[in-house]
Design a protein around this ligand. Structure first.
Ligand code: ADE
Length: 239
C-alpha cells in the first residue's frame, strides 16, 4: 500500500517510523511519505492560510497549495482522506475498507479547516472521505492520521504474525473482546478465572463470548441496540 501524508508539521508524524508501522515500511508492505504542504507555496512567507469569508474567528487553509499538491500526488485510484471533526466516525469497518485501498492520501487541516472547494474539487477526480476520530476537536488532523494508520497498518497482510488475533479482537464482530489474563495464576490475591485454566476450549470460547457481550452491554450498550426486541439474552444482563 502507498500512503502520502500532507501537513504543515511533518515532525508530528515522526511516530510513523516506529514499532510495527516502521517495520511495515522497512519490509516494503507499506510505502509511506510525509510532505510539507509549504512545498506547494510560492510566496516568501510560504502562506497556507487566510481569514474566513463571512467572518468569524481563526484562519482557513487557502485552496491553492492543496490543489497543486494533489495535482502532484494524486491519481484517479487515490483515496483522499481528510480528518476533520465534521467527518463520519472512523470505525473498524472503515479501517478494513481503507486497508484494501492501493493509495491513501491524507490531508491534515489546521486552524479552522481547509477551504471546502479543495474537497469538492478533489471529489470530481478521486474518492474522498472526511473522517472524525470522535466528538471532540483537536488542533489538527495529524494525530488522527497516526490513529487511522495504526488501525489500517495492522490489517495489512503480513503485518501481524497471528491472523487469528484479528478475528477475535474487539469490534471485529461488533462486540468488545473479553478480558485477557496471563501468568501468574494469582496476583495480589486476585485469581485468573478458573475456566481459562480448565483446558476445555469449548467452555473457554463460550465464556469469552459471554464476557465480551457483558462488557459490551456495560461499556457500549449502543453497539447492541440492533438486538433490542429480538429476545436475545446475555446471561446476567438485561439488553
Ligand atoms: N481534526 C480536528 N479534530 C478532529 C477529530 N475529532 N477527528 C479527526 N480530525 C480532527
Amino acid at each position: 500500500m502507498r500512503v502520502d501524508v500532507v501537513t504543515i508539521f511533518p515532525e508530528y508524524l515522526a511516530p510513523l517510523d516506529l514499532s510495527l508501522i516502521g517495520k511495515a515500511r522497512r519490509t516494503g508492505i507499506l510505502e509511506l511519505a510525509v510532505h510539507d504542504l509549504r512545498t506547494w507555496t510560492h510566496d516568501v512567507h510560504r502562506t497556507v492560510d487566510d481569514t474566513p469569508y463571512g467572518g468569524g474567528p481563526g484562519m482557513v487553509m487557502r485552496p491553492e497549495p492543496w490543489g497543486q499538491c494533489f495535482d502532484d500526488l494524486a491519481s484517479p485510484s487515490t483515496h483522499l482522506v481528510v480528518p476533520t471533526p465534521a467527518g463520519a466516525p472512523f470505525t473498524q469497518d472503515l479501517a478494513r475498507a481503507f486497508s484494501s485501498d492501493p493509495h491513501l492520501l491524507f490531508a491534515c487541516g489546521r486552524y479552522e479547516g481547509i477551504d471546502q472547494r479543495v474537497i469538492d474539487h478533489a471529489a470530481t477526480r478521486m474518492r474522498v472521505s472526511e473522517v472524525s476520530l470522535g466528538d471532540y476537536v483537536l488542533f489538527g488532523g495529524e494525530v488522527a492520521v497516526l490513529v487511522v494508520m495504526e488501525a489500517v497498518t495492522r490489517l495489512l497482510p503480513g503485518v501481524l504474525g497471528n491472523a487469528d488475533s484479528l478475528v477475535e479482537e474487539s469490534h471485529s464482530a461488533g462486540v468488545l473482546e473479553a478480558p485477557m489474563y496471563t501468568k501468574p495464576p494469582t496476583w495480589r490475591g486476585l485469581d485468573v478465572p478458573e475456566v481459562l485454566r480448565s483446558g476445555d476450549h469449548g467452555k473457554i470460547a463460550r465464556w469469552r463470548r459471554e464476557e465480551g457481550l457483558r462488557r459490551t452491554a456495560a461499556q457500549r450498550p449502543d453497539l447492541l441496540s440492533h438486538l433490542e426486541g429480538t429476545g436475545f439474552q446475555i446471561p446476567g444482563v438485561d439488553v
